[in-house]
Design a protein around this ligand. Sequence first.
Ligand code: NAD
Length: 394
Amino acid sequence: MVIKPKVRGFICTNAHPVGCAKNVSEQIEYVQKQNLSSTDAPKNVLVLGCSTGYGLASRITASFGYGAKTLGVCFEKAPTERKTGTAGWYNTAAFHAEAKAAGIEAHTLNGDAFSNDMKAQVIAKLKETMGKVDLVVYSLASPRRTDPVTGEVYKSTLKPVGQAYTTKTYDTDKDLIHDVSLEPASQEEIDNTIKVMGGEDWELWIKALAEADLLADGAKTTAYTYIGKKLTWPIYGAATIGKAKEDLDRAATTINTDFSALNIDAHVSSLKALVTQASSAIPVMPLYISLIYKVMKEEGTHEGCIEQIVGLFDECLLNNDAATDETNRFRMDGKETNDATQAKIEALWGQVTQANFHDLSDYAGYNADFLNLFGFGFTGVDYEADVDPMADWV
Ligand code: NAD
């Protein structure tokens, strides 16, 4: 079939297998050029949320930067003869093909990482193959979670906490800058968001691995967060999702305490705002990211997922002298959140209107990255060609 992007609102409902493979190979190439090495390099890595965004970049960095074996968990849809698979499906197929060609061991399990069943499958797979893991990356982003004990389904919400908030946003579908008013979340909505995106499931993973004797002594683990600054605080940092992210800080402390006998080293890592499937669903983010792209590209500080994650591994995760913030977090977001850069973004934010949006922002860059997520817009890929949507990983 000939595959053209089918964009619906903030999501693209199809994906291009050849373009997704290009996305993966470009990230691999970037990692290989860095000549990474560490005396503390991970050997066996579990990546939860391994198929897109920051989790995919983590898997690629571990494998192609340090030669680690990986077991990845994701939640992706397989293709059929008539419908393409999800981008994460094709990314994973491409990752496996590249890893196999390079002689790097890789396994992937597709299913609900929040479930007890997936934890059991991972434990069985690790016992059968890689053995104990020395790094666990927690990079799940999901709008809902089924509690593994009660079966109750919790949904996350993206709402301010305490008071209503009105701000500018950009509707990518209608090419329209407009105001958006968000009512404050109820306590139940806050609690449900914490249940989905907070630290409970991260803790359950570490507990399950420890009980199965699958955590190496001194194993590291990290979960990803976004902190942001003034412009995004009312809808992110101080909002429902920010409350869930605060719960990750609590979970990191609990993991470090509860598994101190194993010398587990748990940190939350704060990364910069980037276009991913998760972030494009958040109100305000398309506008904010289009503006930071403009400012950071002009400053020469723009980075994508792979640059951020290579930096995180090299400077923080595998560096025993790495600095942490007051909450024991690794910070890779400084190039975005420093006062000088934020001042430039705030100035643009104040000026942006429907008429000048495309001049003041780098929406073109945002949109190109958005299409890239689904394998579209890569040079060297023939988008007129008939391609087979079927692809699998081995
Ligand atoms: P993403 O949507 O690209 O990736 C999410 C991953 O989770 C995918 O691999 C998906 O298959 C997997 N997944 C989702 N639900 C699952 C389930 N039930 N079971 C198994 N796998 C499941 O998202 P992302 O932006 O890379 O986000 C990853 C983490 O990074 C999140 O914690 C997010 O908050 C954080 N983060 C994102 C940004 C950003 O700007 N995108 C910035 C800082 C931190």
